[in-house]
Ligand binder design. Structure first.
Ligand code: ZN
Length: 389
């Protein structure tokens, strides 16, 4: 039997070198801890051509409803040069009240807190009527093909039906209790190619410079804001990320210009309505003159929003343990919540994100204890509506 304090669990996980797509022993630690506590544990492996096989974990305690699901990942980004770390990135060393290691906040620390909280809750309520689940992938920081998406489909086919999900990504900018993420913006990437006609700069009437056309098209895309934000979202934003001509000769008009842009969009748009708006703007700017193509990459990152009211139990637990009301936010990049939201309402709340993906990633040991207390209290509130239980 393993020591199930959040610190010991976090150390055990950090000591597994689970850089995506390696399992590194991390899911085995989770399987052992949850299995010992009476969870039914599954470890589906998914594969797809052109991507590495990925191990995943699904565990459930109980058969009844409601069903609260904890979600997350045990894979981590590479540590970079270990010599630049104050401590071994896979050593799980504690110094001055801080636990060092890759994944300390993103998000092995939070996985440890979820497990510790669930175990404490089950100790106090072995006969509770609902279900607690864990849905963990080893493919969040990588291509995200053989991870959460397939694991959710797999669970759904087995008849698993979740009522609420807490994803433990590091959501707090400064300190625990800062922020709960209740949605995320969508992401759409597009490529524009403008076709011109190569020629001598001294004879422009014999050529057609595609850069002129590209400038007009990009101006049309950036000219008017896409929107002015919605109740819970900032304004959508289009950024041109590269413009490429690759022309090395100062006396040649090039024949083609290419550009790429990415849009982070709010819940006013779907990828389809956004595409229609982009095409409308480009067509108007191009007129008869500019010959261009627009190619949009397929996206599974759609903007979504979870009604915060349905997570009152979590907000109350955070307030009780930290004395603070978290900001409800939809900022930041995409996360696996975009996949989970198709199956049940999901919000994200985890540790403080300041050192995530950095050298010397670390978490305060007191934060591990406090996040465990928050999750533990949330479980009590969720299953019995009683903050003392
Ligand atoms: Zn993460």
């Amino acid at each position: 039997m393993m020591d199930t304090s959040p610190l010991s669990l976090a150390q055990a996980l950090i000591r597994c070198p689970s850089v995506t797509p390696e399992e590194g022993g991390a899911l085995t630690v989770v399987a052992e801890v949850l299995g010992d506590a009476g969870f039914e544990v599954h470890r589906p492996v998914f594969s797809a051509p052109g991507t590495p096989d990925v191990e995943n974990l699904y565990a459930r305690f109980g058969v009844g409803r409601p069903f609260l699901l904890f979600a997350g990942h045990t894979d981590v980004v590479p540590p970079g040069d270990p010599a630049r770390w104050r401590h071994d990135p896979f050593g799980g060393i504690v110094e001055d009240g801080e636990l060092f290691g890759r994944g300390a906040v993103d998000m092995k620390g939070a996985v440890a807190c979820m497990m510790a909280a669930a175990l404490r809750f089950l100790d106090a309520h072995p006969q509770f009527a609902g279900s607690i689940g864990f849905l963990l992938t080893g493919d969040e920081e990588g291509p995200a093909v053989n991870g959460t998406v397939k694991l959710l489909e797999w669970a759904h086919e087995r008849g698993e039906r979740f009522d609420h999900c807490i994803l433990g990504e590091p959501t707090n900018p400064e300190s625990l209790g800062d922020m709960v993420k209740i949605g995320r913006r969508g992401s759409l990437t597009g490529h524009i190619t403008v076709q011109g006609k190569q020629g001598h700069v001294a004879y422009p009437h014999l050529a057609d410079n595609p850069i002129d056309g590209m400038v007009r098209l990009l101006a049309a895309l950036k000219g008017e804001p896409l929107d002015h934000g919605t109740q819970h979202f900032d304004a959508s934003n289009l950024e041109v990320t590269t413009v490429d001509v690759g022309n090395k000769a100062a006396n040649v008009i090039p024949d083609q210009a290419r550009a790429t842009f990415n849009i982070r969009f709010n819940d006013r748009w779907t990828p389809a309505t956004l595409e229609a708006e982009l095409r409308r703007r480009l067509a108007a700017a191009a007129g008869e003159r500019v010959r261009y193509t627009l190619c949009l990459e397929p996206t599974n990152a759609v903007a979504f929003l979870t009604a915060p009211d349905s997570f009152g139990f979590l907000m109350e637990a955070i307030a009780a343990e930290t004395g603070r009301r978290p900001k409800l936010s939809t900022t930041g990049g995409t996360s696996d919540a975009r996949f989970i939201k198709a199956y049940c309402p999901v919000v994200e709340f985890g540790l403080v994100g300041q050192t995530m993906h950095q050298i010397d990633e670390r978490v305060a040991v007191t934060d591990l204890d406090r996040l465990t207390a928050i999750y533990r209290r949330a479980l009590g509130l969720y299953f019995s509506g009683d903050s003392a239980s």
